[in-house]
Structure formats: structure tokens, C-alpha cells
Design a protein around this ligand. Structure first.
Ligand SMILES: [Zn+2]
Length: 308
């Protein structure tokens, strides 16, 4: 059994996960605003409560926005701004008194789906988040691929392929400081922007998806989004050649993606017949905490003191 915590912008979810992927305990509390100390205290209180429900001390993994810089050991790239520059992992360990593992939430998503979900049994899984932002995680042989910059899988801040650039009207500024990042077309607001450019209507991605059943211009926007996604994912396949791509985030609920995108990707992938599968997630929002629990192998990191 392992503890997994998902630190989100609006809620902190903590679970106890057993070795077969069953959730035994769950706690969910609101994230206390933007105050770092309060967020820190809330995380450790959830962990402490879950530990009190277990017979022995369990390993703890935490999924967060952004990632931990391996140079400064502080948080970076977080959309929850109060975390940036803070030594979150060290502060949690100081409060708890033992070692934890901490990873980006897109990585936790990919790990969760690779261990117990849509990518279960696959040698290689790319988890792609399509939501408020566009992130990704790579799992090879059930192990998260990490790197010296803690950004493996962060395809959302690659520039869009030239073929996608032809499908958008205006330059799109990204919050990262660059222009025309993949996130600016594949995030929810990216889809909204595409729709606005074409129809002059302001709709959210979910409103566009809903309207597509009866509205030709919304349907067209969805089809263009599918073309964007196919072209952006094809670059991932040419580089990684994953067995399974699992989509996550709010936009992964749009069924048309799974109908249209695989065939369109084949036009851009450097092979005769593409066999990579594109799957909806098994766990949706629950993957953050589940994947965080999977940061520790079953049985490792628990039941004994780890000094640091
Ligand atoms: Zn960017």
C-alpha cells in the first residue's frame, strides 16, 4: 500500500492505493488559496491523516503542477504561482520527518495509466494532457522517464509544426514567453481561440464540443482541432514510437478525437502502417493521486525510517 497526493489548483486529494491499483482510502480538501505555508500544511495534514488510517507507515508520492528544479531544488513552471521558487519537497520532508517523492502531475497521469489503466501492459506509454494546459509524461517499462531538466514529455511548449501554423490566423503568445507553442492550439483556450478566429464566437472548448452535434461551425472547429492534434502527436510518435498514447485532461472526453486522430496521424508518421493506439483515460481526474502513489514501487520506501 502506498499514499498518493494530488496537489491541484482547487483541491488536494489523497489516497491509499493497494498493489493491484485499488483505492482503499480517499481524502479530498480544498486547496487553501495561494498562501504557500497554508498549502504546505494542508498537504502534510492529508498525509498524516492517511498514515493514521494505515497499520504501518506507507511511502508517500506527491503530484504537483510544474516540477522540481534539480539545480535549485525549488519548484518551477507551476501555474500555482505561489509554489514557484519554493523548496516544496524539502519542506514537506522536514514536516513529515521522512523522504517523499514528488513529480509533475502530467508524469503522475502517465504513470497511473501505464500501471493500472489504458496503458497497462504496454512497453511504452505517452500520456498527453489536453486541458487548461498541454503537458505530457513518458513511461517506459513501467518506469517514468525523467531527465536532468525534469521536463521529459513537456511537448506543450514545443512550437507547433509548420502545417499547424497554416491552420491558425494570428500569432499566439504563450505564458512561457514564446509564441505558437503546441499548448496555444491544443489547450482548452487554444480550441476557443481557433473557434473565435473562424466564427467570431466566444465559446469554451466544452461548449464547442457540445454544439458540434448541431452547429456546422463548431463541428468544423473540432475537426481542425483533430488535425492539429494529429500533427502535433505525430512528432511524438516519430521521436518515441510509444505503443499507447493515453489522452487526459478535460478535452480527452471528446469522442471525435479517437475517431479522427489516429487515421490522420498516419499521414505524418514516418512508417507504412501506424500501430500506435490512442486511448481515453481509465481514471480521469483520479490519475493524479494514483500516479503519485505509483512513484514508489510496491513495498519500497515504507515501514522503515529514511533519514535525509
Ligand atoms: Zn509555451
Amino acid at each position: 500500500m502506498r499514499i498518493g497526493i494530488d496537489l491541484g489548483g482547487t483541491k488536494i486529494e489523497g489516497i491509499i492505493l493497494d498493489q493491484s491499483g485499488v483505492v482503499l482510502e480517499k481524502i479530498r480538501i480544498p486547496t487553501p488559496g495561494q498562501d504557500y505555508q497554508q498549502i504546505l500544511n494542508a498537504i502534510t495534514s492529508v498525509v498524516t491523516e492517511l498514515q493514521s488510517r494505515a497499520a504501518s507507515r506507507l511511502s508517500v508520492g506527491i503530484g504537483t503542477p510544474g516540477s522540481l528544479s534539480q539545480v535549485s531544488n525549488t519548484m518551477k513552471n507551476c501555474n500555482s504561482i505561489s509554489l514557484n521558487g519554493q523548496p516544496l519537497k524539502a519542506d514537506i520532508e522536514t514536516q513529515l520527518g521522512y523522504e517523499i517523492r514528488l513529480e509533475n502531475d502530467a508524469n503522475c497521469f502517465a504513470l497511473s495509466e501505464a500501471h493500472h489503466g489504458a496503458g497497462s501492459g504496454a512497453h511504452s506509454v505517452f500520456g498527453a494532457i489536453l486541458g487548461t494546459g498541454t503537458g505530457g509524461g513518458i513511461v517506459i517499462n513501467q518506469q517514468l522517464l525523467t531527465g536532468p531538466n525534469s521536463i521529459a514529455g513537456e511537448w506543450g511548449h514545443n512550437p507547433v509544426p509548420g502545417s499547424v501554423l497554416q491552420l491558425i490566423e494570428d500569432e499566439r503568445k504563450c505564458y512561457c514567453g514564446r509564441s505558437n507553442c503546441i499548448e496555444t492550439v491544443l489547450s482548452g483556450s487554444g480550441m476557443s481561440q481557433t473557434h473565435k478566429e473562424r466564427s467570431k464566437q466566444s465559446l469554451t472548448a466544452m461548449e464547442i464540443a457540445k454544439a458540434a452535434a448541431s452547429d456546422a461551425s463548431a463541428r468544423e472547429t473540432l475537426e481542425i482541432y483533430c488535425a492539429h492534434l494529429a500533427q502535433c502527436l505525430s512528432t511524438v510518435v516519430n521521436l518515441l514510437d510509444p505503443e499507447v498514447i493515453v489522452l487526459g485532461g478535460g478535452l480527452s472526453n471528446i469522442p471525435l478525437l479517437y475517431e479522427m486522430v489516429p487515421a490522420q496521424m498516419s499521414d505524418y508518421v514516418f512508417t507504412d502502417a501506424m500501430t500506435t493506439s490512442l486511448s481515453p483515460p481509465s481514471f480521469g481526474d483520479a490519475s493524479g493521486a494514483r500516479g503519485a502513489a505509483c512513484l514508489w514501487p510496491v513495498g519500497e520506501g515504507s515501514d522503515h525510517e529514511r533519514m535525509f
